[in-house]
Design a protein around this ligand. Structure first.
Ligand code: XCC
Ligand code: SF4
Length: 636
């Protein structure tokens, strides 16, 4: 049994885990132990439940069956299982994108007055990408744009509009391979179709179809989510915030938002400032209402409002176990079913809001864009009224809280880097060309109790910045590094190499830039395209001295993100188990080497954070060499 220090490096997490143990409350770490040993066939990707002749399993090493009842072998079964995960991950982020685009259409039809068009510039940029005339009132532009955006989901032919953002050469590679996504829903459905019994039996072809589906998320659904959220909620700007369980306040009504879609959390921000609710809170003995977030929706309200982040994925149960949370309101994705039981050990009210994501017996207040503010107010009122039920003797809020700076986007990052009047990537490109910066890394993804919580993210990122690699982050990974103080400008002096330090000091940025939630990985794709457009670093995304990594991933969404990065030409390292492909050596070889000659990117599986950094740096150096760039200025 791992001790508490092996479960997490985060002191606040350790403290609450001790409390959970004393009070006999189960967390994900305990349930992981109860699952031991986990199913070996599942771990190898060799369990097939696709049809009712099964379930079948392949014994790759012993004397057991090498084929399922239908004759499917290890390669087919492992690739099919993986393809299904890509489809599910894409459906999650893209369905989120659809809901946001739908909200935009409600705004311009006058069906909701709780949101507006806050970034008119961005609205116009998008409209132009879709060939919409922008010489008309913004509502009219938005109306046409939302229609076109929603059509991207159901399109049957042609190609997704945002693909045009990528370098010409990349578009040609996709065309040649036949992986240019046509419509978002179409790619998900087609991929699922190919995985049913007796359709695609070629593991390589399954991966090809999988890449097309993943691209439809990265350059489609997720990109729509990010960009339309910026339009209707405002584009983030660099902003200070605080992170970790210490952001909960003893004398306040604590409301926690958890999930993914900021159309809900944004309203919670507004409602938490409602004078009527504040008055009620005070009349019930609280000093005020304190809103905090968990997971990606936390990143959204942090990026736009500086709302504190209570923690990342593995802290969702712990935030309740502090005993200080009146309401946790959730929408979709990454919400552990266990929350219901944990909440029942305390006064905390768990409130579901999405018709897509309910728990039996849990309070459900359905969120509707048409009466968004009203719904948010109703939920926060539940919290305020629940304050009196808090058991003071069961409250333990850890002290740990850390400052951070977030709110970087593809637009502002590089404005800050020097383009005072116009967003330009010149200073960034020059920094890489001159060797002041070695390159860029995207470090993203979840937590997983199989790995020491936050240890992989933070160890990897420290090693990268030490070697003058500027790190771009999203999701729970960004929260992990923020907790360890890596997202403040001062971190450069302590952790960064000489070149990165000079840049951070000159422009006042942290060595690790927080770009937002997981749909905002699409910001990284667009930023990379701008880098190529600026010039001097090759012609294709695969030429850039850059690498990606999801060191503590758990969600299917992470797999989809990995695939759209790889299919866009990025070398991408995954920690923990290698997607359960191990049972098929052919598939594993294809993902980790075969793909490079085809799409320019490939996967790497690695379970040591220092080694991950080493591999990423090696790749970055390889790309620097191919571009004939000067040696890195401050070689370690
Ligand atoms: Fe979920 Fe997005 Fe993963 Fe965190 S990083 S555990 S997906 S909240 Ni997206
Ligand atoms: Fe078994 Fe083939 Fe059916 Fe899968 S599809 S369960 S391998 S018979």
């Amino acid at each position: 049994m791992p001790n508490i220090e092996q479960k997490s490096i985060d002191l606040a997490t350790q403290e609450v885990l001790k409390k959970a143990k004393e009070e006999n409350i189960q967390t994900a770490w305990d349930r992981l132990e109860l699952q031991q040993p986990q199913c070996g066939f599942g771990q190898l990707g060799l369990c097939c439940t696709v049809c009712n002749m099964g379930p079948c399993r392949i014994d790759p090493f012993g004397e057991g069956a090498k084929e399922g009842v239908c004759g499917a072998n290890a390669d087919t079964i492992a690739a099919r299982n993986l393809a299904r995960k890509i489809a599910v991950g894409a459906s999650a982020h893209s369905d989120h994108g659809r809901d946001v685009a739908h909200t935009l259409s409600l705004i311009c039809e006058g069906h909701t007055h709780d949101y507006g068009i806050l970034d008119v510039e961005k609205l116009k940029v998008l409209a132009q990408e879709f060939g919409i005339d922008i010489n008309k009132p913004k509502e009219q532009i938005a109306k046409e744009l939302s229609k076109r955006l929603l059509e991207e989901f159901g399109k049957q032919e042609g190609e997704l509009t945002f693909l045009k953002r990528s370098p010409k050469k990349r578009q040609q590679i996709w065309k040649k391979l036949g992986i240019t996504p046509r419509g978002i829903d179409r790619e998900v459905v087609e991929l699922l179709h190919t995985t049913t019994m007796g359709v695609d039996n070629d593991y390589k072809n399954l991966i090809t179809t999988g890449m097309r589906c993943a691209l439809s998320d990265g350059w489609g659904g997720s990109m729509i989510a990010t960009d339309v959220q910026d339009i209707i909620l405002g584009s983030p700007q660099p902003i200070r915030g605080k992170v970790n369980l210490g952001v909960l306040k003893e004398n306040y009504v604590n409301i926690v938002v958890h999930g993914h879609e900021p159309v809900l959390s944004e309203m919670a921000v507004k409602a938490s400032l409602d004078p009527e609710l504040l008055k009620l809170a005070k009349s019930l003995g609280a000093e005020g209402i304190n809103l905090a977030g968990i997971c990606c929706t936390a990143n959204e309200v942090l990026m736009r409002h500086g709302i504190p982040v209570a923690g990342n994925f593995l802290q969702q149960e712990l935030v309740i176990i502090t005993g200080a949370v009146e309401v946790m309101m959730v929408d979709v994705q990454c919400i552990m079913p266990a929350l219901q039981e944990v909440a029942s050990c305390f006064h905390t009210k768990l409130v579901t809001t999405s018709p897509k994501a309910r728990f039996p017996g849990v309070i459900h207040v359905e969120f509707e864009s048409k009466k968004a503010y009203e719904v948010a107010k109703q939920i926060i009122r539940l919290g305020v009224e629940n304050f009196a039920n808090r058991k003071k003797d069961r409250v333990n809020i850890p002290k740990q809280e850390m400052d951070l700076v977030a709110g970087f986007t593809k637009e502002v990052v590089f404005q800050i880097l020097g383009g005072r009047y116009r967003a330009t990537y010149k200073p960034l490109n020059e920094a890489i060309i001159s060797g002041r910066l070695r390159g860029l890394a995207g470090v993203v993804g979840c937590n997983n109790p199989k790995q020491t919580h936050d240890y992989f993210h933070t160890t990897l990122v420290k090693e990268l910045i030490k070697n003058d690699v500027l790190v771009l982050q999203t999701g729970c990974s960004a929260i992990a590094c923020a907790k360890q103080g890596l997202l403040i400008p001062e971190a450069a002096k302590i952790y960064a190499g000489g070149g990165l330090q000079e840049i951070c000091e000159a422009v006042g940025i942290p060595p690790v830039l927080h770009l937002g939630s997981c749909v905002d990985n699409s910001r990284i794709l667009t930023a990379a395209s701008y880098i190529i457009e600026e010039g001097g670093l090759g012609e294709d995304l695969s030429d850039i001295p850059a690498a990606g990594c999801a060191p503590e991933w758990m969600s299917e969404k992470a797999i989809t993100i990995g695939f759209y990065f790889v299919a866009s030409g990025v070398y991408t390292v995954f920690g923990a188990s290698p997607f359960a492909t191990l049972g098929s050596q052919n598939l594993t070889d294809y993902l980790t080497s075969g793909l490079e000659g085809i799409v320019g990117g490939r996967f790497e599986f690695c379970d040591d954070p220092i080694q991950m950094a080493k591999l990423m740096i090696e790749h970055i150096d390889k790309k620097r060499k191919a571009l004939n760039l000067k040696p890195v200025m401050y070689e370690k």
